[in-house]
Design a protein around this ligand. Structure first.
Ligand code: GLN
Length: 482
C-alpha cells in the first residue's frame, strides 16, 4: 500500500500497521525520505537518528507478536516521532539548541522517552528550538531558524518550533515539546497543528532540561486532538523521579454543562489593539461554530489577567537564572579557559550562551537580588496567586475558557528578533496556563489572510486542573473528529 503521509494520523497509521498494510520500517523510511526532501529548507530537525529503522524493526516484531497472540498493542507501536532537543535520550546529543551543549550526550533517558519507547514509538530525530526554550520564534536557536511550512519567509513559532514544523511538514506523526509560557501551543498555532500543555504535574519532567521549574511541562504536538490524547495518555502518570507530580486520575469535578461543556470567553481581554484583526475574526468564527454545535458560550471576567505577562517575565527569568547556573564549564558541555578558575566560568558562559539566554539570566539575577526581591519576585508571586484565583472562580461557572492562542499569525523571520518586548507580547494568552498550572490546548481554527498568504490561526482552550479530557473532547468535537 502506498503511504500517504499528508492524510495520515497516529490513529490511521496504527490501524494500517495492525492490519499489515505497511510495516513500521516502511513507515519510518517514508518519513526519512520526506525529512530528507524538506528539512534543508525548513530546518525542523537538528539531527535525524540513524537507528530509527532498527527501532522500527523492533516495533514490527512487537506488532507481529501481538497479532499472533491476539494481544492489545499500544496505538503508538511503530509510530515515528520527533523529540525536542531539550529532552534527554540516552547516548544522543541533547543540545537545547545551545552552543554550550553542542556536543553534550545524554547519559540517561527522560521518563517520557522511556514511556514512549515502552509503547513502541520510533524516535526520528531531535527537533530545533529556541536556545534553552527561551523565545517564541526558534530564531534564538544557535543552529539556525526553523521556517514555517506554510510560508518559508515566516517563523514556525517557538520555542518548540522544530517540533511543530516537523509535524506540519509531514516529517513526523507527532513530536514532543516543552511549554513554560506557551512553547507547545504557540508554534502549534503558527503551524496549523494541535498542541497540548498538560496540567502542571501530570507529565514527569525527569530528563527535560529545566527552564522555569514552577512552569515547565512536556506535552505533545500532533495533527489531531485524538492523536494528542493518545500521546498524552502514553506519557502522563506518576514518576517518583519528579517530586512535583500529581496523582493520576484524581479528577472528579462534575461538569457545569449538561451535554456539552460550558465555554467562557474573557472578552475584556480581547479588546485591546494588540491583537491582529484576522486572528480575532477567526476566533469569533470559532465562537460561532461552538454555538452552532450547541455549546453555551458565556462571557467571563478574569480581573487580573492583564498582569500575567509581567508576572511571567519576572518569575520565569528568576527560575532561569537559578536553573542555568549548572552550566559552568565543569559538569556539562563546553569549557573555555579564562585567566583563572572563576574566569573559566565567565568565559564558558559568555561564549556558550546566546544573547537572549544571557538577557534572562541577568534579569532573573536582578529580580532575585537582595534589594529587589520583595519588589519584584515576591510581588509577582502574590499576583500569580490572584490570577490563579481568578481562573478558579471562573471555573465555578464554566468548564473551559477560550482565547486565541497567540495575538498574531506567524510573523516574518527577523520581524521581532531585535525587539524583545514585541517578542514577549506573543505570549500574552499562553502564559496564564503556566502560571496557574492549568491544562491548555491549541487547536487550528482557521486562517488569517496576510499579504496574499493563508496563515494558520490557533484557538486555545483552558480547563480545570487535571481535566485534559474536556480539552480533548471539545477539541475533537470542534475539529469534527470522530
Ligand atoms: N515564548 C515564551 C518565552 O520566551 C515561552 C517559552 C516556553 O514556553 N519555553 O519565555
Amino acid at each position: 500500500m502506498k503511504i500517504d503521509l499528508k492524510s495520515l494520523t497516529i490513529k490511521k497509521a496504527s490501524d494500517h500497521l495492525k492490519k499489515g498494510d505497511f510495516s513500521a520500517v516502511e513507515l519510518t523510511q517514508a518519513y526519512h525520505d520526506e525529512i530528507t526532501k524538506k528539512n534543508k529548507d525548513i530546518n525542523a530537525y537538528l539531527e535525524v537518528f540513524d537507528d530509527a529503522l532498527d527501532a522500527a524493526k523492533q516495533a514490527d516484531e512487537k506488532i507481529a507478536d501481538a497479532r499472533k497472540t491476539r494481544k492489545e498493542i499500544s496505538p503508538l507501536a511503530g509510530i515515528p516521532c520527533g523529540v525536542k532537543d531539550n529532552i534527554l535520550i540516552k547516548g544522543k546529543i541533547a543540545s537545547a539548541a545551545s552552543k554550550i551543549l553542542e556536543n553534550y550526550h545524554a547519559t540517561y533517558d527522560a521518563t517520557v522517552i522511556k514511556k514512549l519507547a515502552a509503547n513502541g514509538a520510533v524516535f526520528l530525530g531531535r527537533t530545533n528550538m529556541d536556545e534553552f526554550a527561551m523565545g517564541g520564534s526558534t530564531e534564538n536557536s544557535a543552529f539556525g531558524v526553523t521556517k514555517n511550512p506554510y510560508d518559508l519567509g515566516r517563523v514556525a513559532g517557538g520555542s518548540s518550533g522544530g517540533s511543530a514544523a516537523a509535524v506540519a511538514m509531514d516529517g513526523a506523526l507527532f513530536a514532543l515539546g516543552s511549554d513554560t509560557g506557551g512553547s507547545i501551543r504557540q508554534p502549534a498555532s503558527f503551524c496549523g497543528v494541535v498542541g497540548l500543555k498538560p496540567t502542571y504535574g501530570a507529565v514527569s519532567r525527569y530528563g527535560v532540561m529545566a527552564m522555569g521549574s514552577s512552569l515547565d511541562q512536556i506535552g505533545p504536538i500532533a495533527k489531531t486532538a485524538s492523536d494528542a490524547e493518545i500521546v498524552f495518555n502514553a506519557i502522563k502518570g506518576n514518576d517518583l523521579k519528579d517530586g512535583t507530580m500529581i496523582k493520576d486520575n484524581t479528577y472528579t469535578k462534575k461538569r457545569i454543562g449538561k451535554n456539552k461543556p460550558v465555554i467562557g470567553v474573557p472578552r475584556h481581554f480581547l479588546a485591546g489593539d494588540g491583537i491582529d484583526h484576522e486572528v480575532l475574526k477567526a476566533f469569533n468564527e470559532a465562537v460561532d461554530l461552538f454555538k452552532a454545535k450547541g455549546y453555551e458560550m458565556k462571557e467571563i471576567k478574569l480581573p487580573n489577567i492583564s498582569y500575567a505577562l509581567m508576572v511571567y517575565y519576572i518569575i520565569m527569568p528568576a527560575e532561569v537564572s537559578s536553573n542555568l547556573a549548572r552550566f559552568d564549564g565543569v559538569k556539562y558541555g563546553l569549557r573555555k579557559n579564562g585567566k583563572d578558575g572563576i574566569d573559566d566560568y565567565f568565559e564558558t558562559r559568555r561564549v556558550g550562551f546566546g544573547r537572549e539566554v544571557i538577557r534572562r539570566i541577568l534579569l532573573g539575577t536582578y529580580v532575585l537580588s537582595s534589594g529587589y526581591y520583595d519588589a519584584y519576585y515576591n510581588r509577582a508571586n502574590a499576583v500569580r496567586r490572584m490570577i490563579t484565583g481568578d481562573f478558579l472562580k471562573a471555573f465555578e461557572s464554566v468548564d473551559a475558557i477560550a482565547m486565541p492562542t497567540a495575538p498574531s499569525p506567524a510573523f516574518k523571520i527577523g520581524e521581532k528578533a531585535s525587539d524583545p518586548v514585541a517578542m514577549y507580547l506573543e505570549d500574552i494568552f499562553t502564559v496564564t496556563a503556566n502560571l496557574t498550572g492549568l491544562p491548555a490546548i491549541s487547536i487550528p481554527c482557521g486562517f488569517a489572510e496576510n499579504s496574499g498568504k493563508k496563515l494558520p490561526v490557533g484557538l486555545q482552550l483552558t480547563a480545570r486542573h487535571g481535566d485534559e479530557s474536556t480539552l480533548f473532547e471539545t477539541g475533537k468535537d470542534f475539529l469534527g473528529e470522530s
